[in-house]
Design a protein. Structure first.
Lengths: 287, 131, 221
């Protein structure tokens, strides 16, 4: 078993707990054990884009200190937003020792952060540590016939220097879904924003975004949208219009767990779709 | 563009311009108004000025841009930032404008109108839309 | 004798007094900001500074001994907003805390609350647990909260911590903690009259006889 330090983030303990359970089961099947940080705090979800807002980096850096205190130099996230904030803050302090020393001085109750913790996302782990071919060889319930639209959203791919892949034409999500036996539905909205936190004060804006994203995925033949962001998931479900195509939304970890034969904790709509589509599942049902 | 905008040496050198440059860390004069940010922005239908127009108004020292709807329709998705041929991170300019407005006490998010959304949305909204 | 500064005015007071006793020695008559005097009620929140130290320390006046040169100010009450709710109408689900106190989402993990807690609670961890909807964990981490309000006074995110903790403990007590079965059984016994004769006998006793019975009672080990 490969032990990998793991930062869950709030959503994994709440609305996205099925994603966490499925991902843990799936990674166990791949020989990786997620070791949750003994203490952690909210990453902040959005990265501060202002130059005078050092306080916004305290939360992310505090988590990096927890990783350092474990004697580790990398940490895995399942959530796309946690990935963005933690990875950007890690880069921010690495690039500027002056800012790092101010943050360290402020956090007098922690060990100093020395830098050097690498923040990984599940997709990057599957590509770089597990490997596509190795992943494909572990699949026991291929998602054959399932046409899945990989929805990256924003923080997995932007900004360029932080993204898990190319910001305009990423392929890691597609490669992973292919390795799981799914058919990939390419669609032009895969890296377009769902409206994110505008969902709180301006749900109508988000509804418009979601309408376009879902329509585009459906028009390109998708049966299912796959995401790794709990905020995208919430918006795609809660803000979708009453009319038009209704595609089920599943987390990356859930498809991974299904294909690897682990407990997938899929939402009912997605599970029904996969059950009804994949030959292995159909065969299992006939028996 | 605001009606009756007056160009003057004073406006161009106004502290407002410097403050936005300082907060955003962006060189505003680099923008040559190609409009690529606006072309790729998914939220322009909710903006009363396009992202490049907002940038232009800041360049010219037009402080009334603080009342524009654009920074509040921006979701910080960074599509503009990765596409700008001049390397201007327009999302950081939007953030600077939000902060200047919020720090002047202009409230944006009604903290009690937050029911039914998960913490991942609330945390983001509070950080972007409250002082 | 040592010198302390109370609300900006210097006084000579004996060593070894608590801040509260030193204030009374100096002539203050405490009608607010003073309660149990035993560190339980949380009424005597106090902020102080020591000479040569930039920090503002927070503590309870009845639990903290004065030091020479101490600058002291009391914060008898914290006017933080308490959400309006009926416990019977609140379901003990994770989102309950955030729904009534959405400002929890403003936490920047600065840990100032933890540093200002006289009870030495892990206050920030409790905020984080509240944010992720773990009511039980919040109740456990804040069991010893005395609601002095110092965390809320120092919080840059303007969270009303102690009100959230109270809600979490109430939800935990009302819904998440298993009912004590033996208590329910005993209440039923009392209501069925199983002890009526015994009680009548006690009620009929004279004072001396009652005192004797009291002395001779069974005491649980």
């Amino acid at each position: 078993m490969k032990r990998i330090p793991y930062f869950p983030g709030c959503a994994m303990k709440d609305q996205a707990r099925d994603y966490e359970r499925a991902a843990q089961a799936a990674l166990a099947a791949l020989g990786c054990e997620l070791v949750e940080l003994p203490r952690w705090n909210c990453c902040g979800t959005v990265y501060s884009l202002a130059n005078d807002d050092l306080m916004r980096h305290v939360g992310p850096v505090r988590n990096l200190i927890r990783v350092q205190d474990m004697g580790e130099d990398r940490v895995l996230t399942l959530c796309a937003m946690c990935y963005g904030t933690l990875r950007r803050s890690a880069r921010f302090v690495a690039a500027d020792p002056e800012r790092l020393s101010r943050i360290n001085a402020f956090m007098s109750d922690e060990h100093d952060y020395r830098g050097g913790v690498e923040v990984l996302h599940l997709l990057g782990l599957l590509r770089d540590v597990v490997g596509y071919e190795n992943l494909a060889s572990k699949v026991v319930r291929p998602l054959t016939g399932v046409r899945a639209a990989p929805y990256y959203g924003c923080t997995l791919v932007r900004p360029r220097e932080v993204g898990v892949d190319n910001p305009d034409q990423p392929e890691v999500f597609e490669r992973v879904l292919s390795a799981l036996g799914a058919e990939v539905a390419e669609f032009p909205y895969k890296v377009e924003c769902c409206g994110a936190y505008l969902t709180v004060g301006a749900p109508a804006i988000v509804a418009g975004r979601v309408r376009d994203i879902v329509a585009s995925a459906a028009a390109n033949g998708a049966d299912l949208i796959v995401t790794s962001c709990p905020l995208c998931q919430f918006n795609l479900e809660a803000r979708r219009p009453g009319i038009g195509p209704r595609l089920p939304v599943a987390y990356l970890g859930q498809l991974l767990a299904w294909a690897l034969g682990a407990d997938a904790c899929l939402p009912p709509e997605a599970e029904a779709l996969i059950q009804g589509t994949t030959p292995a599942a159909a065969g299992a049902q006939q028996r | 563009m605001a009606d009756g905008l007056r160009l003057s040496r004073e406006a161009l050198a106004a502290p407002f311009v410097g403050k936005v440059e300082e907060l955003s860390g962006q060189n505003l004069s680099a923008c040559y108004q190609c409009g690529k940010c606006a072309a790729g922005c998914l939220f322009t239908e909710h903006m009363d000025a396009l992202p490049n127009q907002v940038l232009r108004r800041v360049q010219l020292g037009d402080e009334s841009v603080l009342a524009a709807s654009a920074p509040w329709a921006c979701a910080s998705c960074l599509a503009c930032a990765v596409r700008c041929p001049k390397g201007v991170d327009v999302a950081r300019v939007m953030e600077a404008l939000r902060l200047l407005a919020l720090r002047r006490g202009l409230p944006h998010l009604d903290p009690r109108a937050t029911a039914g959304v998960p913490q991942i949305a609330l945390v983001g909204a509070y950080r972007k839309l409250t002082p | 004798m040592l010198t302390v500064y109370i609300m900006g005015k210097g006084y000579r007071v004996p060593e070894g007094l608590t801040i509260m006793k030193a204030m009374e020695y100096a002539g203050y008559r405490l009608v607010r900001g003073c309660g149990c005097r035993g560190g339980y009620c949380g009424a005597c929140a106090t902020v102080y500074r020591l000479p040569g130290d930039y920090r503002l320390y927070a503590d309870l006046a009845c639990q903290t001994t004065v030091q020479d040169g101490m600058y002291i100010a009391q914060l008898p009450s914290t006017p933080a907003e308490r959400a309006d709710y009926q416990l019977s109408q609140v379901a003990p689900r994770g989102e309950a805390l955030l729904a009534l106190y959405p400002e929890l989402a403003r936490c920047v993990a600065c840990n100032t609350c933890t540093r200002s807690c006289p009870q030495k609670l892990e206050v920030m961890d409790a905020v984080q647990a509240a944010l992720r909807g773990d009511i039980r964990q919040v109740a456990e981490l804040t069991f010893d909260c005395v609601q002095c309000g110092l965390c809320a006074m120092r919080c840059p995110a303007e969270i009303a911590h102690y009100h959230v903790w109270q809600l979490a403990r109430r939800l935990c007590g009302a819904y998440l903690t298993p009912r004590a079965q033996h208590l329910a059984r005993r209440v039923a016994e009392v209501e069925s009259g199983a002890f009526d004769a015994e009680l009548d006998r006690l009620m009929g006793m004279g004072k001396d006889e009652l005192a004797k019975a009291y002395q001779a009672r069974d005491i649980e080990p």
